[in-house]
Write a protein that binds this ligand. Sequence first.
Ligand SMILES: [Zn+2]
Length: 217
Amino acid sequence: MSVPTAQRLADGELLCELLRQFYSQGWCSGTGGGISLRSEDCILIAPSGVAKERVQPSEIFELATDFSPRNAAVLEARGLKLSECAPLFQAIYEKTGAGAVIHSHSVQFVVAMNHPGVKDRLGWERVEMLKGIRGVSYPERHEVPIIPNTPRECQLLSSLCEALDSLPSKAQAVFVRDHGAYIWGRDAMEAKRHAEIYDWLCQYANAMHSLGLKDTV
Ligand SMILES: [Zn+2]
């Protein structure tokens, strides 16, 4: 294996730092959730089924841009497993041109999708925080698709691809009922911002719903 560049090392550190942040926010607790970043000529993915807040840069899977493994054999020999999210991340990279993807298990998402009347989309309008989604303005209506959950993460692939092929304008996420969401951005910082905004929007929807006020649709 070639010697990692300074940028590749920095991206590995960033991925671990984001996992710790997201763990503290409850987005990847109980070993769930995950992150993937593009780094130069490769894709970085956190390992599966481990405490995400303790992942070290040396434990990150590195795949070529065609998703062929580079260091999988080395990490598998250490007992680490590539995330079942990998084909889902790949579909998002290929269909959206994203530079980073976050898989969040935020409880705010799960609750927001269960409000009466919410079917295959969540939507908001006239909320200042919508401006945090790339290209969206305050009064504009913004919608994201919801797909049904499956027993295994990898089984989400076909419905995720269908949702990506008919994404509402400017949507930067696909939500998964009873599960969480896949959120992306041009780079790690934009994906993080989008994840924070969608989390805020769902918290807002949940708070409004608990007060019996206007809700998401
Ligand atoms: Zn998941």
